[in-house]
Design a protein around this ligand. Structure first.
Ligand code: NAD
Ligand code: TYD
Length: 356
């Protein structure tokens, strides 16, 4: 038995691959384009493990995907591959359209061709799980109920619009062709191996480097944080028992304003890696020009997943953020290696133009 995972050298995909192979004998073929966000070093401890094969390539390469499916005959495809950073989608939406929409379309077509020709028992057991985001639902105001699976799609950024389009394609391939799909819409993840362009790892690495901690606008935007390993356990559970054609919202009931997240990180660093002069990392906090079209609040109602499939997150925000800060302190080499010239170019492009 084999799984085809796409985007498994990125943050969530790599955590999924590592956790899966820690617990199960089933092999993984890992198709990843190795963009700036894909990092084989994250998978280094799998070197020599015959159950894992990293294949550099694009989900939009129909010939390659078709060949991988024919050769390895996976019982499921888990699609993590995407362009995933909102700020990059504002600077350059093209790659988001190409991978998240056109790439998902091509992947679905290659999988449909493979699935159609499977013997009946394998066809019945097959699953295509599409990993998506809560950002497709748009932005909440303070008193609004959290996003349920029935919420209308109202994406506001090029990123969320491209993910919304991919969700619609996945849905249509089920309704039109009968492809056995499952979709998960998750809130903001955090944890080990998170690329330091996103809020939590960026604040940790900037704090340790003595750099400013750039909070967009008033910092009162709310996100609903989920420890990445809890997201991975939810995906495993949906893959195992989710109802075909259904979507499941995944979240940890951890709504927090950004400024509170940044203060929590500073407090943990003050405790775990105190500065020589005794001052707090919080002195590095700087408010900078806001993101255009910045969604004010996301919140996930995860009751369907909890009630139907019995899933529960293992971490609270307090335990998860402590583990995360400890991980970054213990892995300075991984952090140093991802801060390449291309990373520094992105940081200067995104932050140089933001007034403080
Ligand atoms: P990431 O940017 O860290 O990783 C994405 C991976 O996909 C990278 O390894 C990259 O090389 C690969 N990739 C990009 N384009 C590709 C292509 N055309 N073909 C093959 N591989 C390609 O992203 P992530 O944070 O790990 O997110 C994974 C998935 O989860 C995405 O679909 C994202 O939309 C979704 N998601 C992320 C979050 C979050 O908080 N990070 C929350 C909810 C949903
Ligand atoms: P991010 O990690 O980019 O995730 P998303 O935009 O997909 O939710 O950002 C999380 C929140 O943190 C978002 O409200 C934007 C904010 N943010 C900052 O305030 N400063 C930063 O430097 C970054 C990267 C994000």
């Amino acid at each position: 038995m084999t799984l085809l995972v796409t985007g498994g050298a990125g943050f969530i995909g790599a955590n999924f691959v590592l956790d899966w192979l820690d617990a199960r004998p089933e092999a993984i073929i890992n198709l990843d384009k190795l963009t700036y966000a894909g990092n084989p070093e994250t998978l280094a401890r799998l070197q020599g493990d015959a159950r894992h094969q990293l294949v550099p390539g694009d989900i939009g390469d129909s010939a390659l995907v078709g060949r991988l499916l024919a050769e390895h005959r996976p019982r499921a495809v888990v699609n993590f591959a995407a362009e995933s950073h909102v700020d990059r989608s504002i600077h350059g939406p093209g790659a988001f359209i190409e991978t998240n929409i056109v790439g998902t379309f091509r992947l679905l077509e290659a999988v449909r061709a493979y699935w159609t020709d499977l013997p009946e028992a394998e066809q019945t057991a097959f699953r295509f799980l599409h990993v998506s985001t809560d950002e497709v639902y748009g932005s909440l105001t303070r008193g609004d109920p959290a996003f349920a699976e029935t919420n209308r799609y109202e994406p506001n950024s090029p990123y969320s619009a491209s993910k919304a389009a991919s969700d619609h394609l996945v849905r249509a391939w089920h309704h039109t062709y009968g492809l056995p799909v499952l979709t998960t819409n998750c809130s903001n993840n955090y944890g080990p191996y998170h690329f330091p362009e996103k809020l939590i790892p960026l604040m940790i690495v900037n704090a340790l480097a003595g750099k400013p901690l750039p909070v967009y606008g008033d910092g009162m935007q709310i996100r609903d944080w989920l420890y990445v390993k809890d997201h991975c356990s939810a995906i495993r559970r949906v893959l195992e028992a989710g109802r075909l054609g259904e979507t499941y919202n995944v979240g940890g009931w951890n709504e927090k304003p950004n400024i509170e997240i940044v203060h929590t990180i500073c407090q943990l660093l003050d405790e775990l890696r105190p500065k020589a002069d005794g001052s707090s990392y919080a002195n590095q906090i700087t408010h900078v020009t806001d993101r255009p079209g910045h969604d004010r609040r996301y919140a996930i109602d995860a009751r369907k997943l909890e009630a139907e499939l019995g899933w529960k997150p293992a971490e609270t925000f307090e335990t998860g953020i402590r583990k995360t800060v400890e991980w970054y302190l213990a892995n300075p080499d991984w952090v140093a290696h991802v801060q390449s010239g291309a990373y520094r170019d992105w940081v200067s492009q995104n932050y140089a133009e933001r007034a403080t």
